[in-house]
Design a protein around this ligand. Structure first.
Ligand SMILES: [Zn+2]
Length: 199
């Protein structure tokens, strides 16, 4: 797996395709190419391996179109972040507009035991349309009171806190959790007058 899948909803995992979201200049985009978007979609079961082959072929013939689509995916992702974390009504209006475009190119069909959108064509906009529909579905979840942002000062990753006591503080206990616990430990030692750890 190239990308993080820790959020409890794949579309929240998409929101986490930015590393150090709150880290200023350390902020790092992980969807750097259209191929990255396709890889993320395959990992997240949003598109099939066969569709990925078709999309990568199409992208090879249309660099500019593929890059435009990558940017729109990022735009949709950032709108969703602003809706969910900042209650931004303008972002919600933008996301709704993207959604109207995304359902205009699909039919609602009963397949695989449930109703789902089926795209009429597999073209470069396919990842964006599925992502936008997924992001809107995410905003409709009835358990968003469990939405939580990692308490690391720079991380910014988000997840659904499904712990029984609703006390999950970190995106990943081994990453942000350990780092922050170590920092707090050394801060306490320092306060007690113990010297800094060797580097
Ligand atoms: Zn974190």
């Amino acid at each position: 797996m190239r990308f993080g899948h820790i959020a409890g909803d794949r579309m929240l995992d998409l929101v986490n395709t930015v590393a150090w979201r709150l880290g200023g200049s350390a902020r790092t985009e992980t969807l750097r190419t259209f191929g990255d978007v396709v890889d993320w979609c395959v990992e997240s079961d949003l598109i099939s391996e066969n569709e990925a082959v078709t999309l990568n072929d199409l992208a090879a013939q249309d660099d500019a179109g593929a890059e435009r689509e990558r940017r729109q995916v990022i735009e949709a992702r950032e709108r969703a972040y602003a809706v969910l974390l900042e209650d931004d009504p303008e972002a919600a209006a933008d996301l709704a507009g993207m959604y109207r475009a995304a359902i205009a190119v699909a039919d609602l069909v009963h397949t695989g035991g449930r109703w789902q959108w089926r795209d009429r064509e597999a073209d470069l906009r396919l990842p964006r349309d599925r992502i936008v529909r997924g992001l809107v579905a995410l905003t409709q979840r009835d358990d968003l009171d469990r939405l939580h942002q990692c308490e690391d000062a720079r991380c910014g990753w988000v997840y659904l806190d499904t712990s029984p006591r609703r006390n999950r503080r970190w995106c990943d206990t081994k990453d942000c959790g350990d780092r922050n616990r170590a920092r707090a430990y050394y801060a306490r030692q320092k306060a007690k007058g113990v010297s800094d750890p060797p580097c």
